[in-house]
Design a protein around this ligand. Structure first.
Ligand code: ZN
Length: 274
């Protein structure tokens, strides 16, 4: 389930590029994150224009705090405390309408996958979010296939034992139509979803508990508003020069555009929206 508070869950490290020219910038950046619930540790590197934040908050919330200092902050990387390369991926969501977003997947441990992101242009309220079987956008979101369901089970909620592997439940869009979320899931694995797609729906997912005939199939969450291929994060873990170790943490940078060519069925790379 989506969490707006973000004060629970596994810590991960976010790396931001922040424009800083002097010590007072460093102080302002530090102050912006000081005492914030869900922020465990902050390291500011003036010479590299880099800020490392160990946090359980969604990256969008940390970015907003940094940008409240009047500086642009760009998320460059996301890593876990694991020294192992467990995998990461990103989906850039778009569709025929105005809904768009970026969702990142990070395998925190062999058991837990972090899914976090921001989706804009939604109607306020709850919207179903699912990994679909195919990374095929030849006919926009309608060619993404059904919910990813290798076990052949019924649709359910993210906390249910009986669910589709791709069932991520709902995310909540605020009055401005923006959904910022961070969730952890034990059924979904990064290596299983790369090359598939992520789809955000028009309505609320009833988590398989509704009376509608579609409840046990899709959660009856309505039309598919926007979708994107889940792509291995470009450059992540691949180039040793892009790995830096800081106080025992290993940070993998996420540079360049996602690779969108690994769809499971005739994927067509779509232009990045961002
Ligand atoms: Zn489902």
């Amino acid at each position: 389930m989506a969490s707006d508070s973000g004060d629970r869950g596994t810590l991960c490290t976010l790396e931001f590029a922040v424009q800083m020219t002097c010590q007072s910038c460093v102080d302002a950046v530090r102050k912006s994150l000081q005492g914030v619930a869900g922020v465990q540790d902050v390291e500011v590197q003036l010479e590299n224009q880099m800020v490392l934040v160990q946090t359980s908050l969604p990256s969008q919330e940390v970015q907003a705090l940094l940008e409240a200092t009047g500086r642009q902050a760009v998320l460059k990387g996301m890593g876990s405390k694991q020294l192992q390369n467990l995998g990461a991926a990103v989906a850039i969501l778009g569709g025929p309408g105005t809904v768009q977003g970026v969702v990142r997947f990070l395998q925190l441990s062999p058991e837990r996958c972090l899914i976090e992101g921001t989706i804009d242009g939604l109607a306020p309220g709850l919207h179903g979010l699912h990994v679909h079987q195919l990374g095929d956008l030849t006919n926009d979101c309608s060619s993404c296939g059904d919910h990813f369901n290798p076990d052949g089970t019924s649709h359910g909620g993210p906390q249910d034992a009986e669910r589709h592997r791709g069932d991520l439940g709902n995310v909540h869009a605020d009055a401005d139509g923006r959904a910022v979320f961070r969730m952890e899931d034990e059924q979904l694995k990064v290596w299983d979803v790369i090359g598939r797609s992520l789809v955000i729906d028009e309505g609320e997912d009833d988590l398989g508990r509704g009376d509608h005939p579609l409840s046990k199939i899709t959660g009856n969450s309505g039309e598919r508003l926007a979708c994107g291929i889940i792509a291995r994060s470009a450059g992540l873990f691949q180039n040793p020069k892009q790995i830096c170790s800081c106080d025992g943490l290993t940070i993998w940078e996420e540079r360049g555009r996602p690779i969108a060519g690994k769809g499971r069925k005739e994927p067509v790379p779509r232009p990045a929206h961002l």
